[in-house]
Design a protein around this ligand. Structure first.
Ligand SMILES: Cc1cc2nc3c(=O)[nH]c(=O)nc-3n(C[C@H](O)[C@H](O)[C@H](O)COP(=O)(O)OP(=O)(O)OC[C@H]3O[C@@H](n4cnc5c(N)ncnc54)[C@H](O)[C@@H]3O)c2cc1C
Length: 477
C-alpha cells in the first residue's frame, strides 16, 4: 500500500487540500455530477464489483465528457489530491476507489461508435465489454476482450486483456490502434504508432499509470455472429485424467478453438442431472469461432476426456456467450483472487488443483485455468508493455463468498493453493489479476519494467496516477 496514500496514515487529501470555494468552483465548472459523502447517490457510486472494498473518497466526479476529465486532473494536480480512476469498477483490488481523495468516475462515458467499412471501433472509457460487443456485433465484428460482459473496456485493455478470441486474434492491446490520453499535466495527447509512440507502448499493458484514457480506437475482426460454444462437465474424481488429456489436446488445437477449465461446485444447470448439483466437478468451457461444421469436428475429442456428467454445447450468438459467465461472477460478493502464469501445466499443479477443488471453502469458490497462446504468443515481449507472451495458462484462484465471517477461511484457501502451485509457475503474473496487497509489479512487467519506469518519469514524475498496480517513478521532481 506504500505510495498510494491509503490506510490509516492517509491524509484527508481533498478536505485538507481544497477549500470549500474550490469545491464549489469545481462543481460549477463540471458538466457531470460532483458528489460528496452527504449526497444521497454517494454510497452507490463508490461501490465497486468486489464487496470487500469499502473506501470513502472525499469527492466523486461523475465525468460527462473529456472537459470534465481535464478539469478533474487539473484540480487533483493543483491541490495535490489523491486520485483514483474508475472505468467498469471490476478491478479486484478496488483501485477505482480511494479513501479521502478524488474518485474520477468515467462510467457515464460509455459510447461505442463502430465504422463497419474500416472495421474500427471508437470506445469511451466507461463502456463495458457488453457495450462494446453489442455495438460491434451489429456488424458481425468484435475485438478480443474478456469473458465477463460487465468488465470495463478501459481497465481490461490497459492491463493487456484476454478472452475467448485471444488465441485467434491476440490480446486486446494487440488490436488497440490509438488512444486519447489526459496526462498528469492535464493535457490531451494522442498515442498511436505515429504520435507519442512511447506512450502508446506504455499504455498497452502498463495500466492506468500514465494518464486517463478518454477514447480507445480498436481494430475489429469478423466474428460470429454465431459461434459454437458451451460447457461439458466431468465429475471431480475424473478431473486428474481430464486435465491431463486437456493438456495434450491444447497442443493440437486450431487457433479458432479455445478451451478453458474450471473446477468448482456444479451450479443447478438444467443440462446436469440433479445428483450432480452442488457437487465438485471440472467444467471445460469450449469456444469455436469459424465454420460451425469444422468446429463440431474440432471439439469432438473433448467428449472423450472422460465420462461426462452432461454437456450443453451448440451454436449461439457471440454476444450471448460473452455473457455466459456473468451469473457466476456477478458483482456484490466478497472476493479474494490469486493468479499465476504458467508455461506448462505440470502433473503437480494439476493434482493440486484437483485437491483444492475437493475442499472448496464456499460454493462460489473456483479454480479457473485460462488458455492463451496462439496469436497472443506471436507478438514480441517488448512490442507492448504487456510482456508475458510466453504464458500458456493463467491459473486463477477465485475465492468468492458472501459473509464477512467466512473471510479468513476463504482467503486462506486461496493463499494456500497459490503458494503450493507457485513453484511451477513461470514467475510472471497478469497485472489485472493482482490484488491490492501484492507487490508483484516487477514480476508482472518482467523485462519491460525498467522501460516503464522511464515512461513514468517522463509522463507522471509526481506519481499522480498511483491508485493502480503502481510503477513508481525513479526521479523526484
Ligand atoms: C469478474 C471478472 C472477470 C474478469 N475477466 C477478465 C478476462 O476475461 N480477461 C481479462 O483480461 N481480465 C479480466 N478481468 C480482470 C479485469 O481486466 C480487471 O479487473 C480490470 O481492471 C477491469 O477494468 P475496469 O475498467 O472494469 O476496472 P476499474 O476497477 O474501473 O479500473 C481498474 C483500474 O484501471 C485503471 N483505469 C480504468 N479506466 C481507466 C482509464 N480510462 N484511463 C486510465 N486508467 C484507467 C485505473 O488504474 C483503475 O483503478 C476480470 C475481472 C473480473 C472482476
Amino acid at each position: 500500500m506504500e505510495g498510494r496514500g491509503r490506510g490509516s496514515t492517509a491524509r484527508n487529501y481533498a478536505t485538507a487540500n481544497t477549500t470549500p470555494e474550490e469545491i464549489d468552483r469545481f462543481r460549477s465548472e463540471t458538466r457531470g455530477e460532483v458528489l460528496v459523502p452527504s449526497d444521497p447517490r454517494y454510497d452507490d457510486t463508490r461501490k465497486v464489483w468486489n464487496a470487500m472494498i469499502d473506501r470513502r473518497p472525499a469527492m466523486i466526479v461523475r465525468c460527462a465528457g473529456v472537459a470534465d476529465v481535464l478539469r478533474s486532473v487539473a484540480l487533483a494536480r493543483d491541490c495535490d489530491l489523491l486520485v483514483s480512476v474508475r472505468g467498469g469498477g471490476h478491478n479486484i483490488g478496488g483501485s477505482a476507489v480511494c479513501d479521502d481523495g478524488l474518485m474520477i468516475d468515467l462510467s457515464g462515458m460509455r459510447s461505442v461508435r463502430v465504422n463497419p467499412e474500416t472495421r474500427r471501433a471508437y470506445v469511451e472509457p466507461g463502456a463495458t465489454l457488453g457495450d462494446f460487443d453489442h455495438e460491434a456485433q451489429a456488424f458481425g465484428l468484435a475485438a478480443p476482450t474478456g469473458i465477463n460482459s460487465t468488465t470495463g473496456v478501459a481497465g481490461l485493455t490497459l492491463g493487456g486483456g484476454f478472452g475467448w478470441l485471444t488465441r485467434k486474434y491476440g490480446l486486446t492491446v494487440d488490436d488497440l490502434l490509438s488512444a486519447e490520453v489526459i496526462t498528469a499535466d492535464a493535457k490531451r495527447v494522442r498515442a498511436s504508432a505515429e504520435e507519442n509512440p512511447d506512450l502508446f507502448w506504455a499504455i498497452r499493458g502498463g495500466g492506468g499509470n500514465f494518464g486517463i484514457v478518454t477514447l480507445f480506437e480498436f481494430r475489429l475482426h469478423p466474428v460470429g455472429p454465431e459461434v459454437l460454444c458451451g460447457l461439458i462437465a466431468f465429475p471431480l474424481d475424473q478431473a486428474g485424467q481430464v486435465l491431463r488429456k486437456y493438456r495434450g489436446f491444447v497442443e493440437t488445437m486450431p487457433a479458432d478453438l479455445n478451451v478453458w477449465a474450471i473446477l468448482r461446485q456444479a451450479p443447478p444447470m438444467p443440462f446436469l442431472p440433479g445428483s450432480a448439483h452442488g457437487k465438485e466437478a471440472v467444467f471445460l468451457a469450449v469456444f469455436y469461432d469459424g465454420d460451425l461444421t469444422k468446429g463440431g469436428k474440432a471439439i469432438e475429442p473433448v467428449r472423450g476426456f472422460g465420462k461426462s456428467l452432461g454437456e450443453h454445447i451448440g451454436p449461439m450468438p457471440f454476444t450471448a456467450w460473452q455473457k455466459a459467465f456473468d451469473p457466476l461472477l456477478a458483482p456484490g460478493a466478497r472476493n479474494y483472487w490469486k493468479s499465476n502464469n504458467f508455461i506448462e501445466l505440470g502433473d503437480r499443479s494439476m493434482d493440486t488443483a484437483v485437491e483444492y477443488a475437493g475442499k472448496l471453502p464456499s460454493p462460489q469458490c473456483e479454480i479457473f485455468i485460462g488458455l492463451l497462446g496462439g496469436q497472443a504468443g506471436r507478438v514480441a515481449p517488448d512490442a507492448t508493455a504487456y510482456s508475458a507472451r510466453d504464458t500458456k495458462f493463467v491459473f486463477n484462484t477465485h475465492a468468492r463468498w458472501d459473509k464477512a465471517e467466512d473471510d479468513e477461511k476463504c482467503i486462506a484457501w486461496a493463499r494456500e493453493f497459490f503458494m503450493k502451485t507457485s513453484p511451477d509457475s513461470s514467475g510472471s503474473v497478469y497485472v489485472n489479476f493482482l490484488t491490492e496487497e501484492e507487490d508483484r509489479v516487477r514480476a508482472a512487467y518482467g523485462p519491460n519494467h525498467d522501460r516503464l519506469v522511464r515512461m513514468k518519469n517522463k509522463y507522471d514524475p509526481k506519481n499522480l496516477f498511483r491508485m493502480n498496480q503502481n510503477i513508481r517513478p525513479s526521479i523526484r521532481p
